[in-house]
Design a protein around this ligand. Structure first.
Ligand SMILES: CC(C)(COP(=O)(O)OP(=O)(O)OC[C@H]1O[C@@H](n2cnc3c(N)ncnc32)[C@H](O)[C@@H]1OP(=O)(O)O)[C@@H](O)C(=O)NCCC(=O)NCCS
Length: 376
């Protein structure tokens, strides 16, 4: 019998991979993609540029970006069988469940099938990124009884995503915000969904299997589900005068305020700084002003009462609301964005693979005698 070792619950602080992709600096409230502080990229780098940076290590020049953008937009289409699958999905099914199922189905139709060469993976990467966006947009269109739209081949990837989702062309501010929203969610160290994908790739199962696992993991309320809960809270509170009472009653009941706190960031989540700014820009424009007032008040009270600050999910809820995205899709939008990071991690794992196979402490018994079934 081997000696027992200490189990690290939740693998907290266990280092499970080397990565060049992103660094979450919790102590200083910083997030870096390939060495770039996200503050450098926000409002300046499009989502497609960020994807290129994560996948290939450098920001693209104008020609490289144009080629890449055209390839991504050109891949924004689905096999008819997958569109049919979306049409056949129960109307009340969680969109994340439909997305996970449809992405898995896409693997059966991919022309590169089970090929895992670098070239095949590069082609699959572009298809998966574009098709995940396309699934989310198509599902929303189908459920709204609206016709499916083709992307505009001259426009950007994020612009096109919002366009084929809503059926309305984004204006200049909306384009900047959707690019930044996706950019800010593109990667975040070894999050649970990213780890799940790397584990699958380490068995040399293909990229569709890995991204299916990542989607399955993101769906959980402890990971990607908090942004929707924030919007539900704002709708429930309704009026700024009710904030204090609502928050007090939540806290005294020992409940958590959604969109606050973070395991790694000990100061402010740097993504929320940008999202607060976008939320202020978008909501100042119209009837959504009330959500902004509510958010500011909640932020102030939670900070005074608990000393904790908003995380990425708090202001992303109002930003998405202002962009005309229904709350059922908030986690899917997170998935569209994080696909960039998941795929980058798949590529990194493929490039230097070793099967991820941890061990466990056996805490059961020994020496039990078999009892025939008729004697049990
Ligand atoms: C993200 C999260 C799971 C991190 O939790 P964690 O690292 O385990 O933090 P801890 O449980 O150690 O919390 C430390 C203290 O802050 C409090 N706290 C943390 N997040 C809180 C929240 N959202 N609302 C109220 N109190 C919170 C805890 O109750 C604890 O207080 P105490 O010391 O008085 O008991 C947690 O902050 C949370 O549940 N947030 C809400 C869900 C959410 O927004 N998730 C998206 C994350 S990006």
């Amino acid at each position: 019998m081997s000696e027992q070792r200490q189990t690290v619950r939740g693998l907290q602080e266990v280092v499970a991979a080397d990565t060049r992709l992103s660094f979450v600096d919790g102590a200083n409230g910083k997030l870096y993609y390939r060495g770039y502080d996200i503050d450098e990229l926000a409002g300046r780098a499009s989502y497609a540029e960020t994807v290129y940076l994560l996948w290939y290590g450098e920001l693209p020049d104008a020609q490289e970006l144009e080629r890449f953008r055209a390839e991504l937009v050109g891949n924004m289409q689905l096999p008819t069988q997958v569109v049919e699958l979306l049409r056949l999905s129960p109307p009340n099914a969680n969109p994340m469940v439909v997305l996970r199922t449809a992405l898995s189905a896409l693997g059966m139709f991919d022309p590169d099938g089970g090929r895992n060469t670098e070239e095949a993976n590069d082609r699959k990467a572009k298809r998966i990124l574009a098709q995940v966006a396309c699934i989310v947009a198509s599902l929303h269109r189908i459920r709204s009884g609206a016709p499916l739209l083709s992307p505009d081949p001259r426009s950007g990837f994020a612009w096109n995503f919002l366009y084929i989702f809503r059926g309305r062309q984004p204006d200049e501010l909306e384009q900047r915000v959707i690019d930044s929203l996706l950019m800010l969610h593109a990667d975040h160290g070894l999050a649970a969904s990213t780890f799940a994908g790397r584990v699958v790739v380490s068995t040399q199962a293909g990229m569709h299997s890995a991204i299916s696992a990542s989607l399955a993991s993101l769906k959980g309320p402890l990971h990607g589900g908090a942004n929707r809960a924030v919007m539900e809270m704002l709708e429930e509170i309704e009026h700024p005068e009710h904030v204090e009472e609502y928050i007090e009653s939540m806290l005294s009941a020992g409940e958590r305020i959604m969109g606050f706190g973070h395991r790694i960031y000990k100061t402010e989540d740097p993504r929320s700084v940008h999202l607060r700014k976008y939320s202020e820009e978008l909501c100042a424009r119209g009837e959504l002003r009330c959500y902004l007032d509510l958010s500011h008040r909640i932020e102030k009270i939670v900070r005074e009462r608990k000393g904790i600050r908003p995380n990425v999910d708090f202001y992303s809820a109002t930003v998405q609301r202002a962009l005309g995205i229904p709350k059922e899709y908030y986690t899917c939008i997170f998935a569209v964005a994080r696909c960039a990071g998941w795929i980058a991690h798949c590529m990194e794992q493929f490039a230097d693979n070793r099967l991820i196979r941890p061990t466990s402490n056996y805490i059961g018994g020994f020496g039990r005698a078999f009892v025939p079934i008729e004697e049990r």
